[in-house]
Design a protein around this ligand. Structure first.
Ligand code: PHE
Ligand code: ZN
Ligand code: ZN
Length: 482
């Protein structure tokens, strides 16, 4: 007996797997505390990070340049700090004429994946020296902001991502590579990119990037912050001289801060900022003397707090579009449209299975996911992304399933796999088949606690062979945590 495919053709059309996400998301930081407007970040910690970068350079030939051992050692050290703090880190390698280089990208679990706020700094130095102001300062300040966010227990409305770029000194190669390889959909998810390249120059100025492609909201937030602290600032047109350039050309809002390099401080600038008129903002710019001694700690401290302010502020900014993610009450269902009563809403996968066709009963309501039942070679999936809070002490996927089949015997011809996809790893939690088909709805559940702090995809994957239908009907799904 075969059930023709047309028997249950549905008008629903589902988009490609992965394109939809649950609208209920939680910040990975744990407590739902609202982010403070201006955290006071530790310049002592940043100075320790700079000492670490200096030690790496000293131990590896005096620099941290592309293709030299000091670069990879710097990256490994930053990565280990982020991993220990709970970030999901990714290393992207690429080749340059000076040798292999690497970008380090760190994602804080949680926040709305459709709204990404990104903060970056280049981690490489020139070959001439250890690159402590250029750009140990930006690298260490962004690292400290990321670590402080992890430690804060705040949950972010938006998704926070941090990046340390390779081979900026070779011509923005790392950030250009990242953007050129990032799928368009992921580029479109980035609402803001903040860049920090030299933030502790020894004869400092306070230059705010004013070469934005779209809107000045972040530039204005930065200048308002400086003004509120009584710190004079000037605009600078960075002219594509740092890693925000590829974000800016794509049309992403950007801004950044620069404390000055090879150009000379005027007397008007020395009057408002102090320091030495007629001298370069950084006399050791791109030189061997750009060491741990080549820093103005006051500028570093002020700019660190500015970076903290920007990250905290934009973590919670409303970029529009979707319902704000909220921390669900303990015991709440993290799945969107778990009983399919809103059709395909919230679910990705194959067109058709989510249906109110009466050929099979729903457990509750009238809609269900009817996978299989074709009696011909076929594969169908439905899936949904969900974030398991990092603070969960229990997490469970549950669903009701009813199966009926035209097959007989003890060979599994038709199967439904219940799977969790985490990064590139797919784990099958359970396989149902025609063997033991049961036309009474029963509930099954599996722990998802192994995925706490992660955003995973819950997936139901059906495969049928060439003849004799098996229908796997799902209803009333849930992911709950406590
Ligand atoms: N990108 C330059 C470097 O790393 C520094 C710079 C930053 C210059 C911002 C202008 C504006 O050498
Ligand atoms: Zn430089
Ligand atoms: Zn630089």
């Amino acid at each position: 007996m075969r059930t023709p495919r047309s028997f249950r053709t549905s008008a629903l059309s589902l988009v490609a797997a992965g394109a939809l996400t649950a609208s209920v998301l939680v910040g990975g930081g744990g407590s739902p505390a609202v982010a403070a407007a201006s955290p006071d970040l530790s310049v002592t910690n940043v100075t320790a990070h700079l000492q670490q970068l200096q030690s790496i350079a000293t131990a590896t030939g005096g620099n941290r340049a592309t293709g030299r051992p000091g670069y990879k050692a710097s990256l490994d050290w930053v990565k280990a700090k982020l991993d220990a703090a709970g970030y999901t880190t990714t290393v992207q390698s690429f080749s340059t004429s000076s040798g292999t280089s690497y970008n380090l990208v760190a994602d804080w679990p949680g926040g709305d994946p459709e709204h990404v706020v990104m903060t970056g700094a280049h981690l490489d130095s020139v070959a001439a020296g250890p690159g402590i102001n250029d750009n140990g300062t930006g690298s260490a300040a962004v690292l400290e902001a990321a670590l402080a966010w992890a430690a804060s227990g705040n949950s972010a409305r938006n998704h926070l991502r941090f990046a340390w770029w390779g081979a900026e000194e070779q011509g923005l190669l790392g950030s250009n590579t990242y953007m050129s390889l990032l799928p368009t959909a992921d580029k479109d998810r980035i609402d803001l990119y903040l860049n920090f390249d030299m933030v502790g120059s020894p004869n400092p100025g306070y230059f705010v990037y004013d070469d934005n492609a779209v809107g000045n909201f972040a530039r204005d937030a930065m200048t308002s912050y400086y003004t509120s602290k009584g710190i004079p600032w000037e605009y600078i047109d960075v002219q594509g001289r740092s890693d925000h350039a590829s974000f800016r050309s794509y049309g992403i809002a950007t801004t950044g801060m620069y404390s000055g390099g090879e150009t000379t401080k005027t007397s008007a600038q020395a009057q408002k900022w102090g320091g030495t008129a007629g001298q370069q903002f950084d006399p050791c710019y791109h030189r061997s003397c750009d060491t741990i001694s080549n820093i103005d700690t006051t500028a570093l401290d002020r700019n660190l707090d500015m970076i903290g302010h920007m990250v905290w502020r934009y973590a919670d900014h409303d970029f529009g579009g979707t319902t704000p993610p909220t921390t669900p009450p303990a015991g709440g269902n993290l799945l969107t449209n778990p009983g399919f009563e809103s059709g395909a809403t919230g679910w990705a996968g194959t067109a058709g299975p989510i249906t109110n066709n009466t050929g099979r009963p729903a457990r509750t309501g009238s809609w269900k996911a009817w996978l299989g039942g074709n009696g011909s070679t076929s594969t169908e999936t439905i899936s949904q992304q969900v974030t398991i809070p990092s603070t969960a002490t229990a997490a469970s996927l549950a669903y009701w399933i009813r199966t009926d089949t035209a097959e007989s015997g003890s060979t599994a011809y038709d199967t439904l796999k219940v799977q969790v996809v985490s990064g590139t790893t797919t784990t099958t939690l359970r396989t149902f088949s025609n063997v033991g088909a049961n036309a009474t709805y029963t509930q099954a559940s599996h722990s998802l606690l192994a995925y706490k702090g992660k955003t995973v995809t819950v997936k139901f994957l059906m495969t049928e062979d060439s003849s004799l239908q098996t229908s796997f009907v799902l209803d009333d799904t849930s992911v709950t945590t406590s």
